[in-house]
Every structure is written in C-alpha cells, then in structure tokens.
Write a new protein. Structure first.
Length: 261
C-alpha cells in the first residue's frame, strides 16, 4: 500500500484516487457520471440526479471538455430517477404509517411529484437508513420477497455510508442482510457487536439467526444458550436498542428456550 493509499470502506481493498478499483465505492472527490455533482463518500446514488455510482459508471465518465452522447446518458438518468421515485415512495409511506394512514396506497407514478412528500435532503443519514430498514422489514413480514430484494441492497448501502455504526445500526444492517439471504454479512455484524460486548442481546439474537440461515444448528444453539444466560443482566441495562427491537429479542428467547429444553 502506498503512502497515499487508503482502505476502501466498502470492501477493505487498498485504494487511491476517487473510486475503489475493486468494488467501485466512491471516495472523497468523486463526481457523478450523470450530472457532474460531487458525490457523498460511499453513496450508492447521486443525491442530485439519482444516477447509480459504481465501477461501470466510473469507467464511463466523460472526458473533460467532451460532450457525452445523449443516448449513453439518458438510460442512466431515467433509471436513477426511478430509484429516487421509489425512495420518495418509501419515505412517504413511512410518514403516513406514523399518522395511521399506512393502508393508503400511493401510486408509483405519482411518487416523484408529491407536493408534500418528505424532503430526503433534510433527513440525517441515519434517518434515511432507518426508513429503509423499516421498509425492508415490512415487506419481509408480508412475504413480498421481490421488494425485499430490491430495497435490501439500498438499505445495506445506507448503513455502510454512516460515519460510525453503533450496535443498533449494526443489528439493523445484519437483519437486512439476513432477510435478504446473506448469512455471512449478518454473521459479521453479530461478531462485531459481540466483540464490543460479549453478552449484547442483539448480537446474540443476530448470531443465532445468521447461523440458522446458514443451516448451522449447533452454532445457533450455542448462541441460544448464551442468550438465555445473558438475558437477566442485560435487561437491567435498559439499553434503547433493546426496547426498539423487543419483539425480535422475545422471539429469539422463545426459540432458544424451545431448542434447549
């Protein structure tokens, strides 16, 4: 690694420049291939025009002073706008759920033009990530697997873009990975939580889920026993993330007790 090289936040490879050559992760100083705006480090999409960023776009950036052919730019812009419209729809539906109107269906065709839709630019990165987490979990609970797959990638990217990840955020990212079928990413988040606190209920809950997703029942039962043993002392800490994910913890404890009897 050279003196000027850094480590890619996305894949861990040695990088220098504006994009990771291994995974396309945008670094400081990267510009949108569609509109030329400065990209937020780690962004999956341009915050201004919605064009996706990545290795393929990095290779297609226009030469300075040359005008990109219209046909090469329009498909990316249209695709990006569609993604932005979907994110606006997520935010709008999340807002309606907080006021008891979640059952009202908002047509996708009208999502981009909502006069009173939430302004995503005013949300903090954590708020945007949490909205995507809630949407993925909602689709998962209803068995809408195609929507889970669509939003899971955006949700994971949103958490990866956060400047730091507390146990609550790591659990959220791990749960998104788990419901999307990525046991290794879910296990990695569990391991990180437990390295900081070996009895953290969310780390143990996620570890058991990831092990069962990987069909590793002996490891899952080890997490079950640790969860049961840690419950009383951890409950007394009254951590806010325990309240937020109380239903998941209770479900994990029921499973653990059933498996260890």
């Amino acid at each position: 690694m050279t003196a000027n090289a850094t480590k890619c936040p996305g894949c861990g490879a040695a990088v220098s420049g504006r994009f990771c050559s291994a995974c396309g992760y945008p670094l400081e100083g990267a510009q949108c291939a569609g509109c030329g705006s400065a990209l937020i480090s780690g962004a999956g999409f341009c915050h201004r025009c919605g064009v996706p960023v990545g290795a393929s776009l990095a290779r297609s950036r226009p030469v300075p002073g040359a005008r990109a052919p219209v046909n090469s730019v329009v498909p990316w812009v249209v695709g990006g706008l569609a993604v932005v419209a979907m994110i606006v729809l997520v935010a709008a539906q999340s807002s309606s759920s907080s006021s008891g109107t979640e059952n009202a269906t908002v047509p996708l065709s009208s999502a981009a033009g909502m006069a009173r839709g939430p302004d995503l630019s005013t949300m903090s990165p954590r708020e945007r990530a949490d909205r995507l987490f809630n949407r993925v979990m909602s689709y998962h609970e209803r068995g809408v697997t195609d929507s889970v797959a669509f939003f899971a990638d955006m949700g994971i990217r949103a958490y990866q873009m956060l400047p730091s990840l507390d146990p609550d955020a790591r659990y959220d990212m791990g749960r998104i990975a788990e419901v999307a079928g990525d046991a290794s990413l879910a296990r990695a988040q569990s391991d990180t939580i437990l390295r900081e606190s070996s009895t953290h209920l969310l780390g143990l809950t996620l570890g058991a889920r990831a092990a069962r997703l990987a069909k590793d029942e002996p490891t899952a039962r080890t997490y079950d026993r640790r969860l049961i043993a840690a419950e009383a002392a951890e409950r007394r800490k009254q951590l806010p993330e325990y309240e937020r994910h109380a239903a998941d913890i209770e479900e994990a404890l029921r499973t653990a007790r059933g498996q260890t009897q």
